[in-house]
Design a protein around this ligand. Structure first.
Ligand code: HEC
Ligand code: HEC
Ligand code: HEC
Ligand code: HEC
Ligand code: HEC
Ligand code: HEC
Ligand code: HEC
Ligand code: HEC
Length: 355
């Protein structure tokens, strides 16, 4: 029985090659010719490991993609002979480059990929680093505003997470990741913090998540005018941080001093009320006492507030001191003003008396 089906398969293949020899001998161009073989649902190859890999191509997938209407060889440009054994990886940059005449979206953002950590790693021969199709898909590239797209906002963490598994797992549980899962479109996904085609290693100074720039990245949302205001989260975090010792030192580019991420973490940021949060009162001594920070940190640190806004009554003692100074300043200025007016009045009177 098995032998019979093997024979049938062989005959099938021979028929196909006969058809090809009739119609497609020599250089091949055009979809029909490819589909003689790849249009058959059971078309497959057996890898050296014995694994069966389907080579059937469902053209309706391509027709529903952004590349509808493109010919097979527009992408598989190296396939000119049949049969073909070694097929090169598709080079999406054939069309996606600045100044392309075929109408592919263009701009600086695509040219940035080559200089990103991923592009550089690919250039260095790292086979695990993504080229265009590893992120975007191959026959199924969709506009990113369609929910089925790999880069629909809510799906971005999963797409990056196919390779960065541990980070995805941590992020999903964070205050940001869990909000995204619930459909919150203001909460950051991987690309909100890292960028898209310009992702860089965090230890490079101009990376958006480097110790120098991470505060700016958080400020986009947590600063004045930031989106977090509508969630009842205070937007004074940046100002209060910049006034603090840590912020001032950071403005002077001292990378050793704490930035938002050193206290809050980055993939595992949690609300203060979450017992696992780095800023939960129970965990603050550990957070401040990190190696290289305040090894002497004790329970005393838990009572110290970090984001201090002297203009808020919540700040206790500091509030009253700052209020005291305000009252003092206003009364001194007012006294000075009254003194000047009286003095002018006196001079005017004296001048009139002289006449
Ligand atoms: C005569 C049948 C036939 C025709 C016609 C044909 N192919 Fe193939 N194709 C194959 C076979 C068989 C393989 C597997 C080769 C191997 O063993 O690695 C293959 C492999 C491929 C691969 C590599 C898949 C992989 O992962 O190894 C691509 C891409 C491909 N074909 C695209 C095309 C395109 C595009 C056309 C039209 C220009 C085309 N083929 C026409 C039979 C055909
Ligand atoms: C928009 C570009 C594009 C077009 C158009 C396109 N392909 Fe592909 N194809 C790819 C990419 C990307 C891959 C993944 C492998 C790689 O990266 O080279 C792929 C993979 C394949 C494979 C390997 C099996 C698989 O599913 O991964 C086959 C066979 C294939 N294509 C055949 C075709 C045929 C036949 C057509 C025309 C009907 C076609 N392709 C049209 C980009 C394209
Ligand atoms: C690390 C993953 C990754 C790699 C690699 C990658 N991209 Fe992207 N690409 C993205 C993300 C994320 C977006 C943004 C989607 C969005 O707008 O939310 C994007 C957007 C795009 C867009 C759509 C822009 C628009 O106007 O809507 C195009 C076109 C594109 N990429 C092409 C490419 C090309 C070509 C390459 C290879 C040179 C590439 N990408 C490599 C992740 C990647
Ligand atoms: C033959 C030229 C050509 C090749 C090769 C090509 N593209 Fe495109 N691509 C286009 C054109 C043209 C558009 C614009 C389609 C439109 O706007 O209707 C486009 C659009 C896109 C978009 C935009 C989606 C969005 O959000 O608007 C992405 C992403 C994309 N291509 C990725 C790829 C990837 C990944 C590859 C390689 C597998 C690739 N392209 C290969 C021509 C090409
Ligand atoms: C196909 C797998 C793959 C995908 C998809 C992918 N990456 Fe990567 N990424 C890598 C590899 C491999 C490296 C280099 C690893 C290394 O050297 O540490 C890397 C490096 C990085 C780095 C620098 C890491 C470091 O230690 O300096 C960042 C940040 C990063 N990726 C973020 C992302 C984001 C965000 C996305 C989604 C838009 C993404 N990656 C999608 C494979 C991938
Ligand atoms: C809220 C901002 C933010 C979000 C969201 C975010 N990251 Fe990060 N990520 C950072 C910061 C900050 C660092 C650098 C920390 C350091 O080493 O100084 C970092 C570091 C990394 C690194 C380097 C390795 C490491 O752990 O230090 C990779 C890879 C990475 N992120 C991938 C991702 C992926 C994938 C996602 C989405 C699942 C993601 N990030 C979401 C801020 C973010
Ligand atoms: C794209 C906008 C955006 C960016 C960038 C961003 N956040 Fe957030 N963040 C939010 C939103 C929205 C929430 C509220 C989520 C919810 O609770 O639904 C939030 C919540 C938080 C919370 C919890 C607040 C609470 O009271 O529960 C902390 C802490 C936090 N973010 C710190 C950071 C830090 C540190 C960074 C930089 C590493 C950062 N965020 C970057 C939008 C952002
Ligand atoms: C030196 C450590 C430290 C630094 C640096 C720091 N924070 Fe905080 N953050 C804390 C602590 C501790 C709390 C909780 C008590 C408080 O409000 O002072 C907190 C509270 C918050 C909250 C409210 C969280 C909640 O659950 O209510 C947000 C949002 C926040 N910080 C954002 C930021 C941002 C954005 C930055 C950078 C501009 C930053 N923090 C820098 C330690 C820090």
């Amino acid at each position: 029985m098995a032998r019979f089906s093997r024979q049938k398969e062989l005959i099938g293949t021979l028929v196909i090659y006969f058809l090809v020899a009739l119609g497609a001998a020599g250089p091949v161009r055009g979809e029909q010719k490819c589909l003689i073989c790849h249009g058959k649902t059971d078309h497959h190859k057996i890898e050296a490991t014995g694994r069966r890999v389907s080579l059937y191509i469902d053209t309706s997938v391509i027709a529903a993609s952004v590349h509808a209407g493109k010919k097979c060889t527009d992408c598989h440009a190296d396939i000119v002979d049949i049969p073909h054994k070694t097929v090169a990886k598709v080079n999406c940059r054939r069309c996606h480059y600045s100044g392309n005449p075929v109408g592919a979206p263009q701009g600086e953002m695509y040219d940035q990929y080559e200089h990103s950590v991923h592009g550089l790693e690919v250039g260095r021969g790292n086979r695990k680093a993504p080229v265009c199709q590893d992120c975007h898909g191959s026959h199924d590239v969709l506009r990113h505003d369609l929910p089925q797209s790999k880069f629909y906002r809510q799906s971005i963490p999963r797409t990056c997470g196919t390779c960065h598994l541990d980070i995805y797992a941590t992020y999903r549980e964070s205050v940001h990741g869990s909000a995204v899962e619930l459909g919150n479109t203001d909460s950051p996904v991987c690309t909100s913090c890292h960028g898209e085609h310009n992702i860089e290693r965090p230890d490079l100074l101009d990376s958006r998540v480097s110790p120098i720039h991470v505060t700016e990245t958080c400020s986009g949302c947590h600063g004045p005018m930031g989106v977090v205001a509508k969630y009842g989260i205070k937007t004074d975090r940046i100002a209060t941080f910049e006034e603090s010792f840590h912020g001032v030192a950071q403005l002077m580019e001292n990378m050793m001093v704490a930035n938002c991420a050193s206290c809050h973490g980055y993939h595992d940021i949690r609300s203060q009320v979450d017992p696992k949060s780095s800023i939960n009162p129970a965990n603050i001594p550990g957070t401040c006492g990190k190696e290289g920070c305040h090894p002497e940190a004790s329970a005393r640190f838990t009572s110290g507030r970090i984001h201090i806004d002297p203009s808020s009554e919540e700040s206790g003692f500091l509030y009253y001191i700052s209020r005291g100074f305000l009252v003092l300043t206003v009364s001194v200025l007012a006294g000075l003003f009254i003194f000047i007016i009286l003095d002018l009045f006196r001079r005017a009177k004296a001048a009139r008396g002289q006449k």
